[in-house]
Ligand binder design. Structure first.
Ligand SMILES: [Zn+2]
Length: 97
C-alpha cells in the first residue's frame, strides 16, 4: 500500500476517504486540516498517486511563482540603476559646460 504524503499546502495529515455512489465506490484524499482534496477517483491507488504527485506539482508551481516575482524586480532594479547612472552622467556634463 502506498503511503499518503502530507498536505502540499499546509503539511497536515492526509486522509483517504471512501465514497459510495450508487453501486460504485469512489475514493478521495482530503487534508484533515485545510480541506484540500483530490478529485474523486474510482481506483484507490490512482487516487493516492494523484495526491502524492500533487505535492511535487505544488512545489514546482511555487518555484515558478518565485521566479516570476523576482525577474521583474531584477529588471526594475537594473532600470533604476541605469536611470541613476544616466542622471549622474547628465549632471556632470551639465556642470562641465
Ligand atoms: Zn492542508
Amino acid at each position: 500500500m502506498d503511503a499518503l504524503k502530507p498536505c502540499p499546502s499546509c503539511r497536515g495529515a492526509a486522509e483517504l476517504i471512501p465514497f459510495s455512489v450508487a453501486c460504485d465506490s469512489l475514493w478521495q484524499v482530503t487534508c484533515s486540516q485545510c480541506g484540500m482534496a483530490t478529485e474523486l477517483e474510482e481506483e484507490r491507488s490512482l487516487c493516492i498517486s494523484r495526491w502524492n504527485r500533487r505535492d511535487k506539482e505544488q512545489r514546482l508551481g511555487t518555484a515558478v511563482l518565485v521566479l516570476s516575482v523576482c525577474l521583474p524586480a531584477g529588471l526594475a532594479l537594473m532600470f533604476m540603476t541605469g536611470v541613476m547612472v544616466g542622471g549622474i552622467l547628465l549632471d556632470s556634463a551639465g556642470a562641465g559646460a
